[in-house]
Design a protein around this ligand. Structure first.
Ligand SMILES: *Cc1c(COP(=O)(O)O)cnc(C)c1O
Length: 397
């Protein structure tokens, strides 16, 4: 939030307007766009058709007919709302089956469905640590992981992005409690992958528990789409706590925590962000089961996505456009200045491309960027068109 002190006696609207103008002068004002359409790629905004390069629907499943049918059937047989939290009467057969199928897919004993990835991360940090414990995070961890650590009573230490020597030093600090080491698997705003194998080794040496939030990895990378943990050759011993969302590659909504049976029992009993919220609609769980079948069976979606990623990176290089070093569908281009990034995004939008400008505090100050995300449903010619538009728009700056 912008930093604006409240003066004694300040009226609410006056104070809020002060915040608005502070955000505007820093080019940090945010607004929402009303988007319509049922495709990952072709969307409508304000009566205009745009190509969407700002969606996390990496596998093009959000509008898949099988998911849509499963959602409709699920609503026919279960109604819409689950009616209660999972511990009261909201835990339905579709949830139960999805948990079993996800556990099998992820090769973990158990899975706990959560209402969102944000809440899943709160559940983990607040139920596994207390006062006197330590949580260590990569500095670029997702906001939900930062908030989770803040809500827990543990001390939060952060190390420079992917700096394993800094992590080692923090693990060596005196600590008589539990230590949780927490990281994105694939970093949400940079698209690179955490050095998970080294992290697992360090955690083993220091008896720390490794938590990986693989929101952008599961379904997209690793053997069978099992994510960045599986890609690093790590299992449930080395990464005992794995979280992920159903809102990105799965094209649905909701999230999960995967681990041992004892871990899941503990969360069911202790995790307030699990206990005190309504269970996700059972029809959504049915849709997520359909998504999981596509994730498991459609290797071609991942293979084609990775072909598009290579095509995009080569296309950028041949036009002298500098992308960040990422092999994931998240392909950011750093512009630096927030204003310049907004101007470029607006220019691209006029030409028919939705690429949202990502600015502080989502990313560090001075690293505002275009966060370009690719979906398996993009056409190579659409990637070329976007790259041509960026090259033309940036050639005169
Ligand atoms: C999107 C995201 C989340 C939040 O997941 P939701 O299901 O959208 O709440 C958590 N962690 C990371 C790394 C994410 O990118």
């Amino acid at each position: 939030m912008v930093d604006l002190p409240k003066r004694p006696g300040d009226n609410l609207e006056h104070w809020l307007k002060g915040c608005v103008s502070r955000r505007q002068t820093q080019h940090l004002e945010r607004y929402r766009r009303v988007v319509s359409g049922n495709s990952a790629v072709d969307i409508q905004m304000g009566g205009k058709s745009l190509l969407n390069f700002s969606s996390n629907d990496y596998l093009g499943l959000a509008a898949h007919p099988e998911l849509v049918a499963a959602l409709k059937d699920g609503a026919d047989s279960n109604g819409v709302g689950s009616g209660a939290s999972a511990l009261v009467s909201g835990f339905r057969e579709q949830h139960h089956l999805l948990e079993i199928e996800l556990a099998e897919f992820l090769q973990r004993e158990k899975v706990l469905l959560c209402s969102s990835g944000y809440l899943a991360n709160l559940a983990v940090a607040t139920s596994l640590t207390r006062k006197g414990d330590v949580i260590i995070q990569d500095r670029l961890c997702h906001a939900s992981l930062i908030d989770a650590a803040r809500l827990s009573k543990a001390r939060l230490l952060r190390y420079a992005h992917a700096d394993m020597e800094a992590l080692r030093q923090q693990l060596e600090l005196e600590n008589h409690g539990n230590t949780l080491v927490v990281s994105d698997g694939v970093f949400s705003m940079d698209g690179d992958t955490a050095p998970l194998a080294t992290m697992a080794m360090l955690c083993e040496d220091h008896r720390a528990w490794l938590v990986v939030d693989d929101a952008h990895g599961i379904g997209v990378c690793g053997p069978g789409g099992r994510g960045s943990v599986a890609a690093a050759g790590l299992d449930g011993q080395q990464v005992p706590i794995l979280t992920g969302t159903l809102g990105k590659a799965f094209g649905c909504f909701g999230a999960f925590i995967a681990g041992s049976e004892t871990l899941v029992n503990h969360l069911v009993n202790e995790a307030r962000s699990y206990i005190y919220t309504t269970a996700m609609p059972p029809a959504l769980a049915a849709a997520a089961r359909a998504a999981l079948r596509r994730v498991i069976e459609d290797d071609w979606r991942r293979e084609h996505l990775h072909t598009l990623i290579r095509h995009f990176k080569q296309g950028a290089a041949s036009r002298d456009l500098a992308l960040m070093d990422s092999d994931s569908p998240i392909q950011p281009m750093i512009i630096g200045d927030s204003r310049a990034t907004l101007d470029l995004a607006a220019d691209l939008q006029r030409q028919g491309f939705l690429v949202v400008a990502i600015r502080p505090p989502t990313v560090p100050v001075g690293t505002a960027r275009l966060r370009i995300t690719l979906s398996t449903t993009h056409q190579p010619a659409q990637l070329n068109a976007l790259l041509d538009a960026i090259a033309a728009a940036t050639s005169h700056v």
